[in-house]
Ligand binder design. Structure first.
Ligand code: AMP
Ligand code: MG
Length: 329
């Protein structure tokens, strides 16, 4: 997980605060909760402690709301209803889920199918916690069901249909970023200027850290949670990291992890970590998963083609590469 390294309040600001009458009891508030199968963290600069705490409550509630809508593990979620029924008939869904599926399809087209929410047609056969994986025969039998072109969206009825049986969708590669953006929107609306919301490897910062940039560390893919390979100063931006260490097990010397190459139905192996920086977390989340699957060449080519987007990748041998915008002084 990414962790901001706290910067120190500039002395001048402390002095000003002590001279200004009446004294303002502003402070940093932060909280972490386990939601969406990951750690949700909110940090904000609050002029009023009660208003700050209420805003953090509202962000956590929003995360739970989105989880109830989009979790593939909750049988009552709207997404689970789609997976159950959409091969038999068109399923009407809410605008939020519809729009996020439509956006996912845009990323599938942009990435030549590297980002594909139907990866789950095979992906659901893996259980990383229990060390379970599909046999070659299971993969072969289900591989044809992975293809975003099997998804038929009808904007008029706002419904989705699967063109063939065996198709499943899972928004795990984009939903956390979407939830982070929804959390930031709540904080903005409530008038907060300096804040951070993160969900596992996806973070977005509002403003800065009281006059200094936020500093976000990129985790060492082969170190413990505190070991970093880079630290990036960021203001008003989002950052997502996809890594093969988040959910995995090892068998016969192979690491089976949660990011699936849609062409093979197996874990993507060309990178061990992909970090993307951009204006919002929905974008950086979708792109970090995409770059991870595309690998160093095609992944970096995609990033260089997108204005305002940067990336840092880590190769299996530990070598790192930065996109052009990060190399400029
Ligand atoms: P992230 O950490 O954002 O890269 O997300 C990883 C999650 O994305 C996985 O746990 C899956 O739910 C989902 N995922 C895995 N492979 C793909 C893929 N090829 N395209 C889209 N989503 C994927
Ligand atoms: Mg992602």
């Amino acid at each position: 997980m990414l962790r901001p390294l706290r910067s120190i309040l500039p002395m001048a600001l402390l002095l000003l605060a002590s001279l200004a009458p009446p004294p303002v009891a502003a402070e940093w508030l932060s909280r972490e909760e386990a939601i969406m199968g990951t750690a949700i963290r909110v940090e904000l600069w609050a002029e009023d402690k009660a208003a700050g705490a209420a805003a953090i409550d509202a962000v956590m509630d929003e995360m739970r709301r989105i989880d109830v809508l989009m979790s593939p593990y909750k049988p009552d979620s709207e997404l689970s209803r789609v997976n159950r029924d959409a091969a038999a008939k068109p399923v009407r869904i809410g605008r939020e889920l519809y729009d996020l599926i439509a956006l996912s399809l845009d990323y599938s087209k942009k990435t030549g199918g590297a980002f594909d929410i139907t990866f789950s047609s095979v992906g659901y056969l893996y259980d990383y916690r229990r060390g379970i994986r599909p046999s070659e025969a299971d993969i072969a039998a289900n591989l044809d069901a992975i293809d975003y072109r099997h998804l038929e969206l009808d904007p008029k009825t706002r419904s989705i249909r699967f063109a063939r049986p065996g198709v499943r969708i899972d928004l795990g590669g984009i939903a956390k970023g979407y939830a982070v953006d929804a959390g930031i929107a709540i904080l903005k609306k409530r008038g907060f200027h300096d804040a951070l919301v993160s969900a596992g490897g996806d973070s977005r910062m509002l403003g800065d850290h009281r006059g200094r940039p936020w500093v976000i560390g990129i985790r060492n893919p082969r170190g413990d949670a505190k070991s970093m390979v880079a630290a990036l100063p960021l203001t008003n931006e989002a950052i997502s990291t996809s890594g093969d260490y988040e959910r995995y097990f090892e068998a016969d010397g192979v690491r089976y992890h949660h990011i699936i190459n849609p062409r093979t139905g197996k874990s993507a192996g060309a990178l061990i970590s992909a970090t993307v920086i951009g204006p919002d977390a929905t974008t950086t989340d979708a792109l970090s998963t995409s770059v991870f699957v595309l690998g160093p060449k095609a992944g970096m080519a995609l990033i260089e083609s997108l204005p305002g987007i940067e990336a840092v990748i880590v190769m299996p041998d530990g070598r790192m590469e930065y996109s052009a915008g990060l190399k400029r002084p």
